[in-house]
Ligand binder design. Structure first.
Ligand SMILES: Nc1ncnc2c1ncn2[C@@H]1O[C@H](COP(=O)(O)OP(=O)(O)OP(=O)(O)O)[C@@H](O)[C@H]1O
Ligand SMILES: [Mg+2]
Length: 229
């Protein structure tokens, strides 16, 4: 569903992502884990088209999107939940979700969305900026889901969120996977969360993949070591 080859990304002269190759099939959840500053956000921004590739190719469901703008990539089936959520604070919850619906031509927020996130129905008239961090995270996921993505990217969805809500978010991702044909890629530093959602875990270090395990084979001590400074 997502095929990435020789992906390189630079800020000016400084290359931060060094020729990554990976593929993620339909219905797989892949976790990309790494410490602060290892390149997770840079990788995700390049996949969604906020940052240009300096080399390599990104294909979604067989379509090369490498040269496309973000909105065209979204039309081709990739959606992005940014680190820090980035919801629109002055729009209501409902309006925030509706900003995702232009692409999918939905007229009304599907019941499925409010079934996944009942709190968003209760708060649909409130301003996004007045929600808690966990609620904003749910809102950002809802906004991404109404684009009907084939590939959903989530950049550190548990950052700054309290443990009970982290569990809710893990449950929601597992629920989404059951409901839809979807590929999920999540960047994370919290191993308990990725163990609850991922089929496969890759560790990124200074813009290079240094370790990969299927969930059933994960050596948690080894991954914890990679994640500690
Ligand atoms: N706009 C920028 N200009 C120059 N360098 C940048 C810029 N953004 C990030 N970097 C550098 O690129 C590297 C990767 O940063 P990135 O934000 O992708 O890491 P990350 O894994 O997402 O970290 P975190 O877990 O803290 O979010 C870091 O060395 C960072 O300093
Ligand atoms: Mg980041």
């Amino acid at each position: 569903m997502l095929n990435v080859s020789n992906l390189k990304v630079s800020y000016g002269q400084s290359e931060v992502i060094h020729g990554l190759d990976f593929s993620v099939p339909r219905n797989e959840t892949l976790a990309i884990m790494g410490r602060n500053g290892m390149g997770k956000t840079t990788l995700f921004k390049s996949l969604i088209g906020i940052l240009p590739l300096s080399d390599g190719e990104v294909a979604i469901d067989g379509v090369n999107v490498s040269k496309m703008d973000s909105y065209q990539r979204v039309e081709n089936g990739i959606a992005y939940v940014p680190q820090g959520r980035m919801i629109f604070p002055s729009l209501t919850v409902q309006e925030n979700i509706e900003t995702g619906m232009e692409v999918s031509k939905l007229k009304k927020i599907p019941d499925e969305i409010y079934a996944l996130f009942p709190v968003l129905r209760d708060m649909r008239k409130r301003k996004g900026g007045n929600l808690s961090g966990g609620q904003q995270q749910q809102l950002a996921i809802a906004r991404a889901l109404v684009t009907n993505p084939k590939v959903l990217l989530l950049d550190e969805p548990t950052e700054g969120i309290q443990p009970s809500i982290i569990k809710d978010i893990a449950n929601v991702l597992n629920e989404i996977k059951k409901m839809r044909d979807i590929t999920i890629i999540v960047s994370e530093q919290v191993l308990s969360f990725t163990m609850a959602v991922a089929d496969r875990i890759i560790v990124i270090d200074k813009g290079t993949f240094i370790h990969e395990d299927l969930k059933e084979n994960v050596n948690t001590d080894k991954i914890k070591k990679y994640l500690s400074v």
